[in-house]
Write a protein that binds this ligand. Sequence first.
Ligand code: ATP
Ligand code: MG
Length: 274
Amino acid sequence: METQVIKGLAEEGRRPTTLFLGMMGAKGGSGVSMFAATLASVISRERKLLMLDLDSNSSHRCSFEKNGFPGISNLIMLIGENGADALQHLIREHPMGFHLLPGFRVPEEEGLLTSEKLNVIYEHLSRHYDLILIDVSSNHHMMVNGALNPCELILLITRPDLLSLHCALRNQELVERVKGIGSQRWGLVINGFSRATLIRPHQITDALQIPLVAILPEDPQAAENFSNLGKRPSDNSPFLEAITGMASRLGLIDQPAQATSRRFYSGLKRALWG
Ligand SMILES: Nc1ncnc2c1ncn2[C@@H]1O[C@H](COP(=O)(O)OP(=O)(O)OP(=O)(O)O)[C@@H](O)[C@H]1O
Ligand SMILES: [Mg+2]
């Protein structure tokens, strides 16, 4: 979905600044990939979005029945050979309705991605997309590799328990150490909240000093869909509803047609930090 402004710039061979959104977890199984895929499917209806899978499990690759196709580690070679056309060979349409650049097929491919190579890839991708969503999940190698460096906003997804909180603090510190990112670049998502949860949301935000962006409910039906070859949650899913509300509050959807990425990022900053 291209706005007039973006179309005009594309004709001149350049795009307005692309917004990079990072997604990382407190620890394994925090729900980052399910959250990221659902958010991507919601935003993709309105914006040109790409999901980049840097999850060590390549979760999003697993949403395809035949999933041995090349991924991000192969892109770096193809960019050299084919220039801009390289992307066409690698980007997939995810079953949940967004563009996906698949991750690593085997752990060895992960080792090929140095931060310099990632920068080349980011620069290349930003010529084609308004919004790039990077899922690192609980992949520590990618957290310390500068994979989240271009992100204007990093969403930290945590379960509401003490162990997750402890791990969230450690991962936040890890990423901040790489780039010295200020606290205004973080948003917190509490996933899997229910009546039985003992720890309160404000206790988590107080400890992490990160603005709370969303509280997502436990939703076994959405989880079953996600695990079943990446199906979108049903329209009445409370998980989907919470994410759609969040995307709207942050100005990631429902923006005036003429808005550029930079303008909706200003809206996002206002919504988060006043
Ligand atoms: N709100 C929720 N309600 C119910 N189940 C959930 C919820 N969020 C995530 N899950 C389930 O928890 C499991 C882990 O989720 P997911 O793979 O998204 O986590 P992750 O943080 O990406 O994990 P990893 O760090 O291993 O990549 C999945 O089976 C998922 O369907
Ligand atoms: Mg994951």
